[in-house]
Design a binder for this molecule. Structure first.
Ligand SMILES: NC(=O)C1=CN([C@@H]2O[C@H](COP(=O)(O)OP(=O)(O)OC[C@H]3O[C@@H](n4cnc5c(N)ncnc54)[C@H](O)[C@@H]3O)[C@@H](O)[C@H]2O)C=CC1
Ligand SMILES: O=C(O)C(=O)COP(=O)(O)O
Length: 529
């Protein structure tokens, strides 16, 4: 996959460091933060890259119009404003800058929590209006109170340690963070049902995903202590705003501090007007420090990717990241080559084609995550539409209905340390199984339908792959290649198995037609690896 990024559109307010780094690396940049959705749709086909914060909505219709787009960069954390599924299906990388704004968001959460507890916004407002509301604005200490943190990732952890310094007891829930990890930063892990009755404060630090949408709702709020206070500096919608309003009205909720909203800006929402609500206009990441970091991070991540150095921060491209790593790159090439070979021999790929990948050996224990995508790129290449790559292949295969399975075996056969086999099968039709490994950084074919190649065949260049009853057809095939104006640059054949020999003949240039060879062999295909 080539990463030739000619130009990038920056459509949100991103620090100019980003522009400077991209331009100094030869990438053209247009910054336009005033585009309407319609204007974005009409502009986007001109660009190879797009950089956004949270304001631009990279929805399915924007992505559908993005005929040249290779990458969407999020100068920040949350990617819920980007239709990642639509981008993945089109082979567009989605990348964020994890960590660049963590401290700012954590500090803002703590600031909101304290401001809510001491009525700082309400006090400021009363003074602005010429009042001296001391009695009305009685607060409470946070010392000795219990803070529940839902989502113990980067920000949740930083909030915990800061609020512990104020004397709060921190408890939390996260389906992924192990209890011992949470304990290492002073948070006692509990189930949500254990948390609700214990919490004096609840702060959410999860992504907005189906499992976290309306995590705080009428039911869960009713399980909390009367007067519980809530903070949302993560994403609008994790707390159900209507339920929150009802709880504030009834006193079940004693206060809310909100930086994010279901609709931004929340002009129509009554929640922002409620006297017990302290709110800010999505300012969690709005510090000079965070903006400088995320701008620099996203630009450097783009440049590193273009230079083929590494793919950091990509959230939909595990296979692609491995394609850039020197250790795994040849295995990715092997997977694609085996997939291509299987697909060419099968001759047809349809909705019910079955593809099975087996990895052998401890070195390939977690390789299926990227080798699977690599194999599918090879399998689907004959059917390839624009954008078929390591990002999109699994999604395209899923959409087509291909039956894809993977398996890992701890040890490899025949004394090998690692081996990959790919089987492609048409139900009720042919089956081809290919095995290969990497030697000296080169993808090598080991067997084809159990027929062994010794020496192993480098899967490189353009090859005629044919099967014959014996190797005696070699002269005829070479004659046909020469007559077609091509030359044979290497040749390998397998051991004979069941009266069949498989041969790979590397030719240059590729042949225009295989017709003269077809009559001399059982089957022949031309594959460019
Ligand atoms: N207000 C603002 O300006 C900012 C908001 N954010 C938002 O803050 C949130 C957290 O960001 P990070 O800590 O960097 O993300 P992270 O990925 O480091 O942490 C998120 C945590 O949520 C956990 N999680 C997932 N599903 C969960 C569930 N059902 N219940 C409980 N926990 C669950 C994950 O396991 C993970 O540990 C994101 O939504 C991000 O978009 C981030 C930066 C600035
Ligand atoms: O990084 C995030 O998830 C944020 O919410 C920050 O949003 P922003 O870049 O300030 O629009």
């Amino acid at each position: 996959m080539s990463f030739n990024l000619r130009n990038v559109l920056i459509s949100d307010e991103v620090d100019d460091k980003c522009v400077d780094i991209l331009r100094s690396n030869g990438i053209e940049v247009v910054k336009n933060t005033k585009l309407s959705k319609e204007q974005l749709i009409s502009e986007i086909p001109k660009y190879d890259g797009l950089i956004v914060r949270s304001a631009t909505k990279a929805t399915a219709d924007v992505i559908a119009a993005a005929t040249n787009l290779k990458i969407i960069g999020r100068a920040g954390t949350g990617v819920d404003n980007i239709d990642c599924d639509a981008a993945t299906k089109k082979g567009i990388i989605v990348m964020n800058t994890p960590g660049g704004n963590t401290l700012s968001a954590a500090e803002h959460t703590c600031a909101l929590l304290m401001a809510m507890s001491r009525n700082i916004a309400q006090g400021t407002e009363s003074l602005h209006q010429g009042r001296w509301d001391r009695k009305k604005l009685m607060g409470n200490e946070v010392n000795g109170k219990t803070l529940a943190i839902l989502g113990l990732g980067r920000i949740g952890k930083e909030v915990a340690t800061r609020m512990q310094a104020f004397g709060m007891t921190t408890i939390g829930f996260d389906p992924i963070t192990p209890p011992e990890v949470a304990a290492s930063f002073g948070v006692k892990s509990m189930s949500l049902d254990e948390i609700w009755p214990l919490a004096d404060y609840i702060t959410v630090h999860t992504p907005l995903i189906p499992q976290t949408k309306n995590l705080l709702n009428d039911t869960t709020l009713s399980k909390c202590k009367k007067g519980v206070k809530v903070i949302n500096c993560a994403r609008g919608g994790i707390i159900d705003e209507d339920a929150l309003l009802r709880a504030l009205e009834s006193g079940q909720c004693g206060g809310a501090a909100l930086d994010v909203f279901v609709q931004e800006p929340p002009t129509e929402s009554p929640i922002i007007k409620h006297p017990k609500v302290t709110c800010t206009p999505h300012l969690g990441a709005s510090t000079l420090e965070a903006q400088s970091r995320v701008a620099e991070d996203i630009a450097k991540q783009f440049v590193d990717m273009v230079k083929g150095k590494e793919l950091f921060g990509a959230i939909n491209a595990a296979a692609l990241a491995n394609a850039l790593s020197p250790n795994t790159r040849p295995w990715v090439r092997l997977g694609t080559a085996l997939g291509q070979l299987g697909s060419a021999l099968l001759g047809q790929i349809s909705n019910d084609t079955q593809v099975k990948l087996v990895t052998y050996g401890s070195g390939l224990e977690n390789a299926a995550s990227y080798l699977g995508a690599a194999v599918l790129v090879g399998v689907l290449r004959p059917k390839s539409q624009n954008g078929l790559n390591l990002v999109s292949a699994p999604a395209v295969a899923k959409e087509m209905g291909l039956k894809v399975s993977t398996e890992h075996q701890a040890s490899a056969p025949d004394g090998l340390s690692e081996l990959v086999t790919v089987t492609v099968q048409q139900p009720g039709g042919a089956t081809y199984t290919l095995s290969g490994l990497v030697g000296a950084g080169v993808p090598l074919l080991v067997t084809l339908n159990n027929a062994n190649f010794s020496p192993r065949v480098a899967l490189e260049g353009t090859n005629l792959v044919y099967s014959s009853a014996s190797t005696s057809v070699l002269g005829t095939v070479v004659g046909a290649v020469t007559a077609a104006g091509s030359t044979v640059t290497s040749f390998s054949s397998s051991a004979s198995l069941d009266n069949q020999t498989w041969s790979l003949m590397q030719v240059a240039p590729p042949l225009g037609s295989l017709d003269t060879i077809k009559s001399s062999v059982k089957c022949v295909q031309q594959v460019a690896f």
